[in-house]
Design a protein around this ligand. Sequence first.
Ligand SMILES: NC(=O)C1=CN([C@@H]2O[C@H](COP(=O)(O)OP(=O)(O)OC[C@H]3O[C@@H](n4cnc5c(N)ncnc54)[C@H](O)[C@@H]3O)[C@@H](O)[C@H]2O)C=CC1
Ligand SMILES: CC(C)CC(=O)C(=O)O
Ligand SMILES: [Mg+2]
Length: 347
Amino acid sequence: MLIALFPGDGIGPEIVDQAKRVLDALAIDGLTYEQGLVGGAAYKAVGHPLPPETLELARRADAILFGAVGDPDCDALERHLRPEQAILGLRKELGLFSNLRPAKVFPELAGESALKPEVAGAIDLLIVRETNGDVYFGEKGFRTTKDGLREGYDVMSYNEAEVRRIAHSGFQAARARRGKLCSVDKANVLETSQLWRDVVIEVSADYPDVALTHMYVDNAAMQLVRNPGQFDVIVTGNLFGDILSDQASMCVGSIGMLASATLNGSGQGLYEPIHGSAPDIAGTGKANPLATVLSAAMMLRYSLGLSAQADRIEAAVGKALANGARSADLGGTMTTVEMGDAVLAVL
Ligand SMILES: NC(=O)C1=CN([C@@H]2O[C@H](COP(=O)(O)OP(=O)(O)OC[C@H]3O[C@@H](n4cnc5c(N)ncnc54)[C@H](O)[C@@H]3O)[C@@H](O)[C@H]2O)C=CC1
Ligand SMILES: CC(C)CC(=O)C(=O)O
Ligand SMILES: [Mg+2]
């Protein structure tokens, strides 16, 4: 089984190194690794954020372990050359449309949450975010209005097939959990969201055992802080899911803790922390690697069928936290490597 390693930019290489150490310690038979260039690192080396060799490796791999992309040096490049196009391009080219972002409080971290511990302690939710469509992939550009003003535009759209397949992901995830699905949209204002809501309701006919509710995204942002324990599975579009998952991360303690899997239904998947390349702390040893370590666990579970090994990693992360392992984002002083050491010590 081939794992493509795409460390990327900023803290990406630091956190992927720690996840790889944990995978190596499991000594799983038959796992091989190939590393590829993505993001600003790829642009600087070969002039493109997602070079053809990287895409070819991604297609060949059984799973991709991705760090993060994004480099302030590249912020003035034309859009198609910016580092972020690597992750957008991988999701699109491989049809990775279903991005699962679980948010659950490790009991030891309830005190690190931005919420009161009793509110944070109730969080056990999964955001199912669509990642092949929405405003991220619509027609975009700059133009001049008739009054001579510069105008930027990005078209938001979803077709019914795109909504239907992510709705199925949401219902299936809810069925495997506590049987509750909340579809988050902005149907009071957006036609894209009205279609989303109509199609989700149509698909619900196939899942009579799942309790479906709908919530506007502004209310969902508020409810995530007021009473996050009410959510089981949230299914939502690309933009809303991007924003709500960063918010959910602080509800559970830190953005350095949230892992993700992005799937296309073939068994292949891309696994990455939900955060970015954190240029503000890159190279300082302050990055928390646990979101990437937990993403590696999701990779073993979803793409490699190695649930017992995934459980081992997750249990070791819990034990390391119980033993007091804390990076700066969790109020501690441990470095990225020391956090990796703490997991390895109890694996
Ligand atoms: N999937 C990806 O590759 C993503 C890439 N990005 C890119 O990353 C770059 C930076 O974006 P930001 O908006 O600053 O988001 P970010 O997630 O990189 O950082 C936001 C804040 O969280 C902190 N942080 C993030 N991960 C952390 C970790 N593991 N441990 C401790 N602290 C952590 C950072 O230090 C920063 O203060 C941009 O170029 C952006 O486009 C952003 C999100 C996702
Ligand atoms: C860098 C963006 C394209 C993506 C993002 O913020 C995310 O996937 O969470
Ligand atoms: Mg994001």
